[in-house]
Write a protein that binds this ligand. Structure first.
Ligand SMILES: CC(C)(COP(=O)(O)OP(=O)(O)OC[C@H]1O[C@@H](n2cnc3c(N)ncnc32)[C@H](O)[C@@H]1OP(=O)(O)O)[C@@H](O)C(=O)NCCC(=O)NCCS
Length: 221
């Protein structure tokens, strides 16, 4: 797709023009040109098959169907976006390499100022500090550029990496829930981050294309 077409699409759909950078990281809402690479990264493996880190077990679909399932999900989040209920899924690049996806979502955000974070990295990119950096980056974006009052997260009790990232970024415990996962009982730990405890990213954020996104989310007149 030419740059001209991408720019005109960004005028129609402002998230396509949003770019958040922090040091080696770049986050931008997933565009169609990103979807094949995101799908390939997911299909190469996010977690061992015997584990399920996600609350919605979307990686349980057969590998051959995962790419289409990802594409449908990203298209649906665009089509369903309203100020009352939205989700932004950012493709994450580290030193220019596509490494994973960082999402934030919200319900009634103009009133609640509460947003939920969720993320994944391709297995070969895990354990190098990127998960911490991308969470810090999206939280700084939510607090400083969207006006969030809190960012929530949730992790199963057997997901030490996600729990460690939350702890390092400053989230605190916000209760736990007994839920069904793959037919069995599992414990979901809820976490919440408020600005006073936020451990900021080591790099300042640069944000392009914010104005149209804020209008789309009902944050400006
Ligand atoms: C969760 C995830 C995003 C974290 O990203 P990451 O880049 O791997 O995490 P980081 O390297 O920034 O930090 C991981 C921390 O977890 C810790 N950790 C990892 N595995 C651990 C284990 N088995 N026990 C204890 N701590 C562990 C690491 O020591 C590190 O903490 P430290 O820096 O204090 O040593 C990534 O691992 C991932 O994509 N996992 C699969 C999908 C997933 O779980 N998504 C979240 C769903 S809620």
């Amino acid at each position: 797709m030419s740059d001209d077409v991408q720019n005109r699409l960004a005028e129609l759909w402002p998230p396509f023009g949003l770019v958040v950078t922090a040091g080696p990281l770049e986050l931008r809402p997933i565009r169609d040109v990103d979807i094949p690479d995101v799908a390939e990264l997911a299909a190469a493996g996010i977690h061992p098959p015997e584990q399920m880190p996600f609350s919605v077990p979307w990686t349980d679909v057969p590998a051959a169907e995962l790419g289409r399932a990802c594409a449908l999900y990203y298209w649906r989040t665009r089509a369903d976006l309203t100020p009352a209920r939205w989700e932004l899924q950012f493709v994450v690049r580290h030193d220019g390499e596509l490494v994973g996806v960082q999402g934030i979502s919200a319900i009634d955000f103009p009133v609640t100022r509460s947003t939920e974070s969720g993320s994944w990295l391709g297995q070969r990119h895990q354990g190098r500090g990127i998960g911490t950096l991308m969470r810090q980056t999206v939280c700084a974006f939510a607090f400083d550029h969207l006006g969030a009052a809190e960012v929530t997260s949730g992790a199963w009790s057997d997901n030490p990496a996600s729990l460690a990232v939350s702890r390092k970024v400053g989230y605190v415990a916000n209760g736990s829930r007994r839920l069904e996962r793959r037919g069995r009982l599992a414990t979901m730990h809820d976490l919440v981050l408020r600005p006073d405890r936020f451990v900021r990213p080591p790099h300042p954020l640069t944000v392009h294309g914010l104005d149209g996104v804020r209008r789309l989310l009902g944050l400006d007149g």
